[in-house]
Design a protein around this ligand. Structure first.
Ligand SMILES: Nc1ncnc2c1ncn2[C@@H]1O[C@H](COP(=O)(O)OP(=O)(O)OP(=O)(O)O)[C@@H](O)[C@H]1O
Ligand SMILES: [Mg+2]
Length: 360
């Protein structure tokens, strides 16, 4: 069953066209992450689903019923806000209980639900404290507790981890995933953080300027990006983008006048011409002696502990390679790199990905 259907959603704020013809069907129990750069319309879309923002046109259906004209309260949707939005003068218990109390939930049932939510989020010890007596991470849990205490059809999260430090964020990501499995409900999660999108989602919807740029599983977007925009957004360090010219029906890649790499037929687009060649840092290795290779000069080295990030100058272009931590290269050294070409991607002048020629 589809829990959520968005049909041709449009949102204008005066002259700003914040959401453009967004259509999306979300299956029950999914963990969908809406991701994209600042200002691309993520919060607007999420707030529209919750009913906190009127849409200019289109239809929103939850559980098969149109809710477009329903007030937020009538939508059975629970939302976690980036700013937490806790009541400072209420205890943690009363903060979590607030929505249920407002709906007239019987006291015993309310108590059960609050204690269950607190237990799920490991904040039972803090129930009698006030928000100011909590750390940022604990406040974040209370904000999530306020949402999950209700049995909603949809749980909406707007950048819930963005106020936490890096270490807490890592821990909370894991907990959110566990929480999703435990609740078995549909999560719609907004973030601009590509790591959160990759690690949490079973489906990523990548937005750009109010439109869906690509919609698919994390690995689909990572390995088969529809565009240079998607490819550059996902992955850290980011994909290398080299200007190249393909020749001989896609059997030669020219990086400059005197720098050419032969490639197996079918690995690159068959149409000769100018392309942007997308190479992820982990698709580059030090070449074996005698193998076809890109020759370059090591510019900067950044050890991460487990790997060595090497910025290599290939002619006038820069390439970041993720090498073995113990490979022993040093700045200024001339090195030869081999590229797993069949896993790399090519983009045309408009930034759209062009698939490889089919083998043969
Ligand atoms: N109330 C408003 N009035 C006018 N313009 C608005 C309003 N709210 C948002 N916008 C504009 O709509 C666009 C989308 O905003 P939105 O808040 O949805 O972006 P976002 O993707 O959530 O960004 P961020 O990652 O920075 O939170 C932006 O250009 C923003 O300036
Ligand atoms: Mg936002």
């Amino acid at each position: 069953m589809a829990d959520l259907e968005l049909a041709n959603i449009e949102k204008h704020y005066g002259a700003v066209h914040a959401v453009r013809d967004v259509s999306l069907t979300v299956q029950s129990g999914a963990f969908v992450v809406l991701v994209g750069p600042s200002g691309c319309g993520k919060s607007t879309l999420l707030r529209a689903i919750a009913g906190l923002e009127d849409i200019t046109s289109g239809d929103i259906r939850i559980g098969g019923q149109s809710v477009t004209r329903l007030a937020p309260r009538a939508r059975n949707v629970a939302m976690v806000f980036q700013s937490y939005a806790l009541y400072p003068y209420l205890t943690v218990y009363e903060n979590i209980a607030f929505g249920l109390r407002a709906r007239g939930e019987p006291e015993q049932r309310l108590d059960e639900r609050v204690r269950w939510a607190a237990d799920t989020l490991s904040i039972t010890d803090y129930l009698e404290r006030h928000p100011r007596e909590l750390s940022g991470g604990q406040r974040q849990r209370v904000a999530i507790g306020r949402a999950i205490v209700r049995e909603a059809d949809l749980y909406l999260f707007d950048e819930p981890l963005s106020n936490l430090d890096a270490k807490l964020r890592d821990g909370m990501r894991e907990e959110l995933k566990r929480l999703h499995a435990r609740l078995g409900r549909t999560f719609i999660y907004v973030t601009h953080d590509q790591i959160e999108a990759m690690t949490l989602a079973d489906r990523i919807v990548l937005l750009r300027d109010g439109m869906i740029e690509q919609d698919g599983t994390p690995l689909e977007l990572f390995e088969e990006p529809a565009s240079r925009f998607v490819a550059g957004f996902l992955g850290s360090p980011p994909m290398n983008m080299l200007n190249v010219r393909l020749a001989e029906a896609g059997k030669q890649i020219h990086l400059s006048q005197d720098l050419m790499l032969p490639i197996a037929g079918g690995a690159a687009p068959a149409q000769d011409g100018e392309y942007v060649w997308g190479i992820r840092p982990e698709q580059v290795r030090l070449a074996e002696a005698g193998a076809p290779a890109l020759k370059g000069t090591v510019d900067v080295l950044q050890p991460t502990g487990s790997r060595l990030l090497a910025t290599v100058l290939i002619g006038a272009q820069k390439l970041t390679a993720e090498l073995d931590a113990h490979c022993g290269v040093s700045p200024g050294q001339e090195i030869a790199l081999s590229v797993a070409i069949s896993r790399t991607v090519f983009f045309d002048g408009e930034g759209r990905r062009v698939g490889p020629a089919t083998a043969g």
